[in-house]
Ligand binder design. Structure first.
Ligand code: CP3
Length: 352
């Protein structure tokens, strides 16, 4: 026998989720949901009672429990680590908070060279609680893979420059167009912080990582290519050596998919606006695709949810690898039972 042939994989490495990310045959199409932890679950609200969001992210026992809740309840094929994209920024001392129902708010926005100095490099000890919680989690999850994540440089920059959530990203774009050198320096610093944060997670046991560039769809392709892609590509390159699948996700990215395909991820997420076969064509060969049921569909009756899920599966039939997900995160008022039923439906429909 050829000594170079790897031993059969078992456990996490042989999971349907990781197999699909690697574009290998799967026993069924794997399913997980962005924002599955927290949001719609009553058991989440119960354990979170009286604890602020950012404080919750720094308590390993709470993080472990919240991360496990959707795995227990829905039987999803992967867990996503409970945290938030702004946690590494908080960890290096940025004066930000997460306001309930609003999102991340930054006291003093970052808009000048002097402001940039407030973004120091992230050290693993700054996020000791992530290492601790991931250690607990990988023990508890058995063969279910744990997905680590971080915010992409553009989406983090948007919160930092705007000072909070933004519809039009006007201050962010003003900086990008008006002070390109400062913008490039800001994105480069954020790329390093994000890379360090992902490395901590992979070393603590994350079996895959997702880069959330939620608001990048606000950009035209030429601006994305020139002003953002280099920073996201740096993040993917910085974790390449670990060999864990890297997922790249944004909303409203139909026109950006060919460029996302070039940024370096192994799996590219698509929102519901582009059918998955077309998304795969735009992304190019050699990538798995993740998505893309419209999260609002879950508010329709069961038969309609199943019909729309089947449409997603049909559009994914010829893909090299497909990870079933929503086209964006679970909406807060979603009925958890609808999510559980959807997981079973996708598993049954795709059982091989
Ligand atoms: O996916 C998961 O379930 C893991 C946990 C997770 C959270 N935020 C927990 C959270 C993840 C992956 C995120 C990512 C995140 N955070 C993104 C990218 C994903 C996306 O949806 O596009 C963004 C843009 C943020 C920033 C953020 N944090 C917003 C806009 C909000 C407020 C809106 C809201 O959902 O209420 C948060 C707060 C937040 N992050 C909550 C949770 C569970 C709600 C806080 C609470 O329960 O008090």
């Amino acid at each position: 026998m050829d000594a170079a042939v790897a031993a059969p994989r078992s456990g996490v490495q042989d999971s349907a989720f990781l197999r699909a990310c690697r574009r290998e045959p799967v026993p069924h199409t794997p399913v997980w949901f962005m924002r599955q932890a927290g949001r719609s679950l009553p058991e989440y609200r119960k354990v979170r009672e009286g604890t602020a969001m950012l404080e919750s992210c720094m308590r390993p026992d709470l993080v472990t429990e919240i991360t496990l809740q959707p795995v227990r309840r829905h039987g999803v094929d992967a867990a996503i680590y409970f945290s938030d994209i702004v946690v590494p920024l908080k960890a290096i001392g940025v004066d930000l908070d997460i306001k309930p129902g609003v999102g991340p708010v930054v006291e003093r926005p970052i808009r000048t060279w002097a402001d940039l100095e407030r973004l120091r490099p992230l050290e693993p000890a700054d996020v000791w609680y992530v290492t601790e919680a991931m250690g607990q989690l990988t023990g508890e999850l058995g063969a279910t893979p744990l997905i680590g994540f971080a915010g992409a440089p553009f989406t983090l920059a948007s919160y930092l420059v705007e000072g909070g959530p933004s519809r039009n990203h006007e201050h962010t774009k003003a900086l990008m167009y008006g002070a390109p050198e400062l913008w490039a320096a800001l994105l480069d610093r954020l790329a390093d912080i994000t890379s360090a944060f992902l490395r901590v997670q992979i070393e603590a046991g994350a079996a895959a990582v997702q880069l959330f560039d939620s608001w990048v769809g606000a950009l035209a392709p030429a601006d994305y290519e020139r002003s953002v892609l280099p920073a996201s590509a740096k993040v993917f390159e910085s974790v390449a050596e670990y060999g864990v699948p890297r997922i790249h996700f944004g909303v409203g990215t139909g026109e950006l998919l060919p460029l996302l395909g070039r940024a370096g991820a192994d799996v590219v997420g698509a929102d519901w606006r582009v059918p998955l076969d077309e998304a795969a064509r735009r992304v190019g060969p050699g990538k798995a695709i993740q998505g893309n049921l419209d999260p609002a569909v879950l508010f329709a009756p069961r038969s309609a949810v199943e019909r729309q899920a089947d449409r997603v599966l049909e559009s994914a039939a010829a893909l090299e690898g497909h990870v079933f997900n929503l086209g964006h995160g679970v909406l807060p008022d979603t009925d958890p039972e609808a999510l559980t039923r959807l997981v079973s439906h996708v598993h049954e429909r795709t059982a091989r």
